[in-house]
Structure formats: C-alpha cells, structure tokens
Design a protein around this ligand. Structure first.
Ligand code: SF4
Length: 252
C-alpha cells in the first residue's frame, strides 16, 4: 500500500526513545493556531511511497537505530490509518520499535469500523505520543478548530489497552498556560495509569515563514514565544496535580 508522505527524517532524536527514523505523513484536519507545519495540512498530496520502501530505508541505516525505531507523525498520522497499520505490521515483523505521534482527533468512540482498525494498529504499536493541546473543550475548539472530547476519549482508550503513552503539551503564553487549566490537565493525566512521560514544550515561532510562503495569515501574530522557564513552570503545575491524583488513587 502507498501512503502520502510529506517527508522523512533519518536521525530523529525528539520523536520517541533513541535515534529514530521519522515519517511525516501528509494531511491534517486540525488547524492549531501554533502549528509550525502548515505545509502538512493538505490531504492527498506529497510523495506516494509504499510501506515496504520505508522499511527498506530504515533497514539501510539499521545499526544507527539500536535503541530507537520508527516514528510516524504528521500532519495527523491516523488520517492514513490503513497505511500506518501496514507499516507498523511490517516493522514489528522485523522487531522494530514503533511509535505513533498523534493528536488523537480522528477517534470517535462510536465508530466501530474505524475502531476495529485502531485495535489492530495498537497490537503493533509500542508507544503513543499524544498531544493534549488544551484540556478545556471550548478553548481547545478555539485553538484547533476541533473539540477535545474524542481526544480525551482516545487517551482513556489507550489506558484501557495499556499502551504506553507520552503526553505532550505546548505552552502558548496567554492561551495554554492558565494555572487552573494546567491543573485540570494534570488531574486528567493523573487518572491514566499508562502515562510514562510528560513533555511540556515552549511555543516557538519557527513556522511563521511557512505561513508567509503559503500565503496564510499567521493566527498568533503578536504572541510572543514561551521561554523554557515558562514551560518548566507549567510542567510543575501539571505534575503537582498529577501526583495528587496518583496519591489519592493509591490510597484508594
Ligand atoms: S495537529 Fe499537528 S499538524 Fe495538525 S494542525 Fe495541529 S500542530 Fe499542525
């Protein structure tokens, strides 16, 4: 099967454990205001490549990936779930660690045909990196154009399946750094037994040039990038709430 590929990166170090072969899939239904990859939004474009050709490319550099593996990201990787399923099935047959980087936006609890595919995909997925962009539904909608109810349901689905998850949150000053909302986020992930890591990243403006090239107005014009210090403070708030919930659950 062929997939629409935006690009690949041979030696990724921030998209999962170890050094990784990172596949950026084309197409995303979200419109996050801070997205730095608007060039991945358009569906059904990019280079058409087979899952096998990506595995072959991985195999050529295999010695470099000893503690790593393959990460599929985007765009939104789950927009091409059949392709990811084939790629990860081929990868697992070769004992390659598989990581799915997703926003979870394609998940809807009632869609049985899609969810059957997702169940199969989870059988060949070692790790999910899940973005929770805003814990508040209205604010999430304002930030991304989509509700977060399906995304939070997807997080619970992963917990039920006991799939290891790394949670990611981007700190945008004045938009995703409200202490009360960060506490809510911490409380939510504190209730998930499968969370293995939390990555809190400062918002940056490195994608602005791409908007200019594409002729799209930059949605966060005038919003300053977040500092590492702001991201660290946000992480502290999330983790405080996270551990409070964990301790409460442990006590029963
Ligand atoms: S989900 Fe990712 S690729 Fe899609 S708009 Fe948001 S940040 Fe961009």
């Amino acid at each position: 099967m062929n997939g629409f590929i935006h690009s690949t990166e041979s030696f990724g170090t921030v998209d999962g454990p170890g050094v990784r072969f990172v596949v950026f899939l084309q197409g995303c239904p979200m419109r996050c205001k801070y997205c730095h990859n608007p060039d991945t939004w358009k569906m059904n474009t990019g280079s058409l490549r087979s899952a096998q050709s990506l595995i072959n490319e991985y195999e050529r550099n295999r010695p470099f990936y000893r503690k790593g593996g393959i990460t599929v990201t985007g765009g939104e990787a789950l927009m091409q779930i059949d392709f990811v399923l084939e790629l990860f099935t081929l990868a697992k047959a070769r004992d390659i660690h598989t990581c799915l980087d997703t926003s979870g936006v394609t998940y809807h609890p009632g869609e049985s045909a899609y969810n059957e595919k997702l169940d199969k995909l989870m059988e060949v997925t070692d790790l999910v990196m899940l973005d929770i962009k805003h814990i508040d539904n209205d604010d999430h909608k304002d930030l991304t154009g989509h509700e977060n109810t399906g995304i939070l349901a997807f997080a619970r689905y992963l917990a039920e399946k006991d799939i290891p998850v790394w949670i990611r949150h981007v700190v945008v000053p004045g938009i995703t750094d409200d202490p009360g909302q960060l506490t809510r986020l911490g409380e939510f992930i504190g209730g998930l037994p499968n969370v293995k890591a939390l990555d809190v990243l400062p918002y940056h403006i490195m994608g602005v040039r791409k908007y200019q090239e594409l002729g799209i107005p930059y949605p966060l014009e005038g919003v300053k990038p977040a500092t590492k210090q702001q991201a660290m403070e946000a992480k502290k708030i999330i983790l405080t709430a996270y551990w409070q919930v964990k301790r409460r659950l442990e006590k029963g």
